[in-house]
Structures are given as C-alpha cells and as structure tokens.
Design a protein around this ligand. Structure first.
Ligand SMILES: [Zn+2]
Ligand SMILES: [Zn+2]
Length: 174
C-alpha cells in the first residue's frame, strides 16, 4: 500500500504488511538519493532495511527486499489511522457572524440535503468546534479548507455525542 504517492510535498511511503491478515506492518520511506524504500524504525537503530521497487514489462510493480532483516518490531495496523479525513462540500454548510458581529465565527453543518437539521459550530483558533459536544466535553471539529474558488470542510474522526438541532435561518446572520 502506498501513501502520499501523488503528493510532491511529502516523501512517498510504503506500508508493508507482514502477512495476508494485515495485522502488522512495517513502514518504509522513499530515500530519493538512493532510489530505495527504507524502514524508518530500523534506520533509527542504524540498520538499513528496505526494498527496491521494480516494474515488470506489463506495468505491474513489485518490491525486492534488501538482504538485512528488520531489527524493529512491526507495528499494529489500524486502518483508521490511514483513512483520509471525511469532507463536507460547500453546499452542506453555512458560515455566519457571531453574536458580536464577527464574520465566519459560527457555522452550521447540515445533516442532509433537506437542510432541516444542523450541528452548530463555533470557531476557536483555526478550527470549528461543535458547540453541544464541547459542552459535553467531546471535541468534534471541522477545519475550513479554501482552495482557489472552492471551499470545503475536513471533519475530525470523533463522532457527535450530541443530537442535531432544527435549523432556523432566522437565528443566524451572515
Ligand atoms: Zn524495520
Ligand atoms: Zn456535536
């Protein structure tokens, strides 16, 4: 499994499972100067363990391991840690003023296209926090990402423990 392969700002990584059951893995990072993927944990222990990526004529890729054996312990694989964050498109949230008139301080996220129910968020630092969850000491956050003309939200992995509320646009000012 590859990570960050199309991301030029981060080194490419390979998640190498120790078995078919995918319970444990080694993480290899690409070392551009050597053209090799190396185990980062082993490198810290001054051992060069890794693999070289080859391509067959039919385009299929395969890894040839280097001779050294891992001196590190494989890590327990948790798929959640590798999932991309959930996102919310522009059409499914609205930004509003705070009670004091500060723009974009409040936000509502609709639970569905019918836009009848919402979760209400408030901006603290660079993240929006679900107000009800925060009162219950649970931090469910959303981050506003602006790319060119587009806007969307990236959600935290935490799930709401609050119930969504009825949406009344009169309660909010742009
Ligand atoms: Zn290793
Ligand atoms: Zn909530």
């Amino acid at each position: 499994m590859f990570l960050n392969r199309d991301d030029e700002t981060k080194p490419t990584k390979i998640i190498l499972f120790t078995s078919e059951t995918k319970e444990f893995y080694y993480e290899l990072r690409y070392i551009a100067s050597e053209g090799l993927f190396k185990c980062h944990s082993c490198l810290k222990l001054k051992k060069h363990v890794g693999a070289k990526l080859y391509k067959k004529k039919n385009g299929e890729e395969y890894l040839m391991p280097l001779e050294n054996e891992h001196v590190c312990e494989p890590k327990i694989y948790d798929a959640q840690n590798f999932e991309k964050p959930k996102t919310v498109p522009k059409s499914m949230f609205e930004l509003y003023q705070s009670a004091k008139g500060v723009a974009n301080k409040r936000m509502v996220i609709f639970t569905s296209e019918t836009k009848k129910l919402i979760y209400e968020y408030c901006l603290t630092g660079n993240r929006y926090y679900c107000l009800e969850c925060k009162r219950l000491n649970k931090f469910v956050t959303a981050k506003l990402i602006e790319e060119n003309e587009d806007k969307y939200l990236e959600l935290s992995k935490a799930e709401h423990i609050c119930k969504p509320k009825k949406y009344n646009p009169k309660n909010f000012n742009k």
